[in-house]
Design a binder for this molecule. Structure first.
Ligand SMILES: Cc1ncc(COP(=O)(O)O)c(C=O)c1O
Length: 376
């Protein structure tokens, strides 16, 4: 049980203090209770928590995001990344008049019915067969498989959805060539390219797809843009986002708390602080951590995946089931050594971290990996 957090530290109900590299599943880009983010949220709260009218903070947040992501003209807020993905799929289907959606196998895009399909049989429980039939999965970075999917379902694909570094697919970076192939296939067939940057936005100032030289038709965001409060967003070109225009018979989309001023104020403060220099600094710390950790774990048959401010230690030559078990052992070993990771042992850095803290994290996790590897 978590009791409190401050900066890059979290304290559990036994009074045990850990360095937090879980950061609420990558959302807390500035760690816990950052004073500027906290004050912004508190200040907004004093003027009312939520209104049945749009509010000025929503406009300010949208303006900031559009200044940053120059290729988007409009943005729609939701309460979670899951909702934003649902909306992205519905917009793509409406704009194209088609139903098919291509995902990368094993990638996680939230827990709507369609988003659960690429997760495999276990994730699909309770998902109707019709939803599964509208979904195509391709292996990450397999351009041949992607091209074959378009050929096979000629004229039926509404969208390709790509997470730039899908954790559940192994925290592997999507290659620029794969992005470019997806862009070209979408252009040729009229399908939309959706970049799901609910996590990936932290990797690059103007978004991860853009950093690969590709402009998506729609971008899904969440996590860091809410400054630690619940959030999601869908943004895109005006002609695509026109499907949502309430003045022109737009699609049904609501959310009692979507765009609420507290989330918008916290998000604005967080995103202002996470400027180009902050992104560069945090990515540099990520590089440092991966390099130090790699130096410790390689001799024990493990390697380190990730990029930017994300990392994940991986055992070599194990089956997926053995890997899952090894990650569970590692999670506890890291906890025992004072580091909180995500359950899949993904780590995400936060801006309060320094080089000394990152080196300390690498040493502690390295030691946890060595203990895990020798436990068999
Ligand atoms: C790539 C991606 N898309 C969508 C989601 C869903 O976001 P949320 O948990 O805010 O519903 C997640 C959550 O981790 C995610 O990683």
């Amino acid at each position: 049980m978590a009791v409190r957090g401050e900066g890059c530290y979290i304290e559990d109900d036994g009074g045990y203090r850990l360095i937090d590299v879980n950061n609420n599943f990558t959302a807390l880009i500035h760690g816990h209770a950052h004073p500027v983010v906290h004050d912004a949220a508190q200040c907004a709260m004093r003027d009312g928590m939520a209104f049945g009218l749009p509010n000025m903070l929503e406009i300010e947040h949208a303006q900031l995001m559009m200044d940053r992501l120059r290729y988007v003209d409009q943005i729609r807020y939701t309460n979670s990344g899951t909702e934003a993905v649902m909306l992205a799929v519905r917009v793509a289907r409406t704009v194209t008049g088609r139903d098919g959606v291509i995902f990368v196998r094993k990638a996680y895009h939230g827990h709507s019915d369609i988003a659960l399909v690429p997760g495999g049989a276990n994730s699909r429980r309770g998902v109707p067969a019709g939803v599964v039939e509208d979904t195509v999965e391709v292996s990450i970075n397999d351009i041949g498989e992607l091209t074959a999917a378009f050929d096979r379902l000629d004229g039926k694909i509404a969208a390709v959805m790509i997470d730039p570094m899908p954790n559940r697919a192994g925290l592997v970076t999507v290659d620029p060539e794969f992005w470019q192939a997806a862009r070209a296939l979408c252009d040729r067939t009229g399908a939309l390219l959706i970049s799901d940057e609910v996590i990936g936005l932290r990797l690059a100032y103007a978004g991860a797809a853009m950093s690969m030289g590709v402009v998506p038709d729609l971008i899904v965001m969440g996590k860091i843009i809410g400054g630690g409060t619940p959030v999601g967003a869908l943004a895109g070109r005006a002609d695509v986002m026109a499907a949502l225009d309430p003045l022109d018979g737009g699609l049904e989309h609501g959310g009692t708390y979507s765009g609420n001023p507290v989330t918008m104020a916290a998000g604005l403060a967080a995103m202002r602080l996470y400027d180009g220099a902050a992104v560069k600094r945090l990515n540099g710390l990520g590089e440092r951590l991966r390099s130090t950790l790699t130096g410790i774990v390689t001799a024990h048959g493990w390697h380190v995946r990730g990029g930017g401010s994300l990392f994940r230690p991986y055992p070599g030559h194990l089956t997926p089931e053995e890997t899952r078990a090894a990650h569970t052992t590692l999670w506890w070993a890291a906890y025992d050594r004072g580091v909180l990771m995500t359950q899949s042992c993904q780590g995400a850095l936060s801006t309060p971290m320094t080089e000394a803290i990152v080196d300390d994290v690498a040493e502690r996790i390295g030691d946890a990996v060595v203990a895990t590897a020798s436990s068999g």
